[in-house]
Design a binder for this molecule. Structure first.
Ligand code: FMN
Length: 157
């Protein structure tokens, strides 16, 4: 039988394993959010993201967040909803959101904190080693964004 359930679910699982949602945004930290609070966010995120198969990078500088999130679409959408309800930041500006079959850009980082002055370098390094053309395109878009406001402020803390 062509529609045998086991065959279909295995195909779906294989597809899901290759499909990643990426969400890249910047936001404004709420009053009172300092380095110690950002460390707490990172600590919580690393534990939670391992369980959800989410990886990425979080940058904090001059009161601005920049975050790259990649993982299974269902999990990433759930996290985006949580981020929108989190009072520790506001003015979330989506810079890139896509669902594609591609390789992870940060496979070993459950959510790495990166210093603001290093973000360009982190993205350029990723661009150098990126073989997936979709990743190359997304990274070029982000680097382009970094040349203009509001992310300009990230380098000046
Ligand atoms: C800038 C910022 C980045 C965050 N990054 C993550 C993250 O990568 N993973 C995560 O689980 N929570 C992250 N959080 C926390 C979420 O907003 C939320 O508090 C947490 O996921 C719990 O959500 P829930 O109560 O809806 O389960 C972040 C919060 C902020 C302010």
């Amino acid at each position: 039988m062509y529609d045998e359930p086991g065959f279909l679910s295995r195909t779906d699982a294989e597809y899901a394993a290759l499909t990643l949602e990426t969400f890249v945004y910047c936001s404004l930290a709420a009053e009172g959010v300092d380095d110690a609070e950002v460390d707490r966010i990172i600590e919580f995120s690393q534990r939670r993201n391992v369980a959800r198969g989410i990886t990425g990078v979080l940058v904090f500088g001059s009161g601005v967040f920049f975050q790259w999130i990649e993982g299974p679409p269902v999990e990433v959408k759930d996290l985006i909803a949580s981020l929108h309800g989190d009072s520790r930041h506001c003015d979330i500006v989506a810079l890139d959101q896509s669902v594609e079959k591609r390789e992870r850009l940060y496979p070993g980082w459950e959510m790495e904190r990166v210093a603001a002055e290093d973000i360009r370098e982190v993205l350029e390094d990723a661009l150098e080693s990126a073989e997936d053309q979709k990743n190359v395109a997304a990274l070029n878009r982000i680097l382009e964004h970094l040349k203009s406001a509001p992310l300009d402020a990230l380098g000046r803390s």
